[in-house]
Write a new protein. Structure first.
Lengths: 110, 113
C-alpha cells in the first residue's frame, strides 16, 4: 500500500473550517484514500473515503487532486469535539487491511 | 452504523499470567477481524488478521505463540496475551469488516504489573 505523509499537528478555531492535507504521491490507480479519526483513548472512527472523485457526507468533505497524489479532508465547521488525531490511509482495492501512519493531531480551540 | 464491542475495556494482570480480550460485532457478521496495538502517543500497529474458521495471519514481528487469536464465529474473535510481561502493557483495539468497511471497537487497555 502507498505511504501517506501528513503534518504532525494543526490548530483550528471553533466554527471555522479545518483543512487537513495528506500526501500520497505513490498511490496507484486502484487504491482508495480513507480518513479515520481517533479521539483520545477510543477506537478509530470512520470519516470518509474516495477513489478519484470528491466526496461529501454528513461529517466531512474529501477533495482529491486530479493526479490523485494528494487529498484534503475538510471539516466545514469545526467544534471542540473534533479535536482528535486524523489518519489518512491508502487502501488497496483487494484488501481490507488498513495500515495507519502517524496522523495529524488537530486541536480545535474556542 | 455497525457496532463493535470489546471486553473488558480495561484489565490489570500480574506478570506471567494470560489475559483474554473479546471482540464482538454486535449487529453484523464479520468474516474478517483485525487486531491492533497502540502504545502511548503512537499510531495503531496492525498485529494480525483474523478470519472466521481459519488460522490468523500475523504481521511481521508479531509473535503468534504469544498473541493467540481465535475467530470461532462470525461475530466473535478473541486475543489472548499469554505469559504477559510489563512491555505488553498497551491499548489493544479490534476491528471488523462489513461490506468492505472497517469498524473499530472501543479498545482494551491492558496493564501488566
Amino acid at each position: 500500500d502507498a505511504k501517506t505523509t501528513q503534518p504532525t499537528s494543526m490548530d483550528c478555531a471553533e466554527g471555522r473550517a479545518a483543512n487537513l492535507p495528506c500526501n500520497h504521491s505513490t498511490i496507484s490507480g486502484n487504491e482508495y484514500v480513507y480518513w479515520y479519526r481517533q479521539i483520545h483513548s477510543q477506537g478509530p472512527q470512520y470519516i470518509i473515503h474516495g477513489l478519484k472523485n470528491n466526496e461529501t457526507n454528513e461529517m466531512a468533505s474529501l477533495i482529491i487532486t486530479e493526479d490523485r497524489k494528494s487529498s484534503t479532508l475538510i471539516l466545514p465547521h469545526a467544534t471542540l469535539r473534533d479535536t482528535a488525531v486524523y489518519y489518512c490511509i491508502v487502501r488497496g482495492y483487494n484488501t481490507d487491511k488498513l495500515i495507519f501512519g502517524t496522523g495529524t493531531r488537530l486541536q480545535v480551540f474556542p | 452504523g455497525a457496532v463493535v464491542s470489546q471486553h473488558p475495556s480495561w484489565v490489570i494482570c500480574k506478570s506471567g499470567t494470560s489475559v483474554k480480550i473479546e471482540c464482538r460485532s454486535l449487529d453484523f457478521q464479520a468474516t474478517t477481524m483485525f487486531w491492533y496495538r497502540q502504545f502511548p502517543k503512537q499510531s495503531l500497529m496492525l498485529m494480525a488478521t483474523s478470519n472466521e474458521g481459519s488460522k490468523a495471519t500475523y504481521e511481521q514481528g508479531v509473535e503468534k505463540d504469544k498473541f493467540l487469536i481465535n475467530h470461532a464465529s462470525l461475530t466473535l474473535s478473541t486475543l489472548t496475551v499469554t505469559s504477559a510481561h510489563p512491555e505488553d502493557s498497551s491499548f489493544y483495539i479490534c476491528s471488523a469488516t462489513s461490506s468492505y468497511e472497517q469498524y473499530f471497537g472501543p479498545g482494551t487497555r491492558l496493564t501488566v504489573t
